[in-house]
Write a protein that binds this ligand. Structure first.
Ligand SMILES: [Ca+2]
Ligand SMILES: [Ca+2]
Length: 214
């Protein structure tokens, strides 16, 4: 009976971790801005980073909040960003595996490569835009299935502005608000707070068990 109660208590404490979602790429590894790059803040106050033409801030691309980083390079050198998931890996599962959100201007295109180690990248393909209008209430969404790539899982994404589908006379190119993993496995490391709670729970159960026997 005691063991069963303990198991239920432990599961109840750990289940919020297992259900945590959505999973956004949360770490920017490198950014080389193309001509006209910049952060566009349409978050209405929830984004607290820097914004403006020619401003780079990694916070802009780590959550879907209406703040987008325009890669730049509709002409000249194309902008490029490498972003990764710090808490696990995306993988080739059912349907699309990655979802890209553009919340500014037109739906420009991008070129995508993925990597497991951040060094060796493999092509997934080119995803041309369609010039529809993107804004925070209705972001332009590009769903990507990585099954055509040479690897079937990874943590790193290299996104390069696709110049042919950037809008003429608008240098910003692709505007990345966030990337969500639709098929994702977390590296299961419980947070310190969870371990502490679990420890306190076990101590409490042990104490009440001793009192019952006395
Ligand atoms: Ca855009
Ligand atoms: Ca964002």
């Amino acid at each position: 009976m005691f063991k069963k109660t303990l198991a239920v208590a432990a599961l109840a404490m750990l289940s919020p971790l297992a259900n945590a979602a959505p999973f956004y790429a949360d770490t920017v590894n490198s950014f080389a801005g193309g001509t006209g790059f910049g952060v566009y803040d349409q978050s209405g106050g929830s984004y607290l980073g820097a914004s403006g033409n020619g401003v780079y801030d990694p916070l802009a691309v780590t959550t879907l909040d209406g703040a987008a980083l325009a890669l730049g390079g509709a002409s000249g050198t194309a902008g490029q960003i490498v972003i990764s998931f710090g808490s696990g890996s995306f993988f080739d599962g059912a349907g699309a595996d990655l979802r890209f959100f553009d919340t500014f201007g037109a739906a420009e295109g991008f070129v995508l490569d993925i990597s497991a180690d951040g060094t060796n990248f493999f092509s997934v393909g080119t995803f041309p835009g369609d010039f529809s209008f993107c804004f925070p209430g209705a972001p332009c969404i590009t769903d990507v299935d990585i099954s055509g790539s040479a690897i079937n899982s990874g943590s790193f994404l290299r996104i390069t502005a696709h110049q042919p589908t950037s809008v003429f006379n608008y240098p910003e190119a692709y505007d990345l608000d966030a990337v969500e993993a639709l098929n994702f496995t977390t590296t299961s490391v419980p947070e310190p707070g969870t371990i502490l709670l679990l420890g306190l729970g076990l101590a409490g159960l042990g104490y009440s068990r001793r009192r019952t026997r006395a």
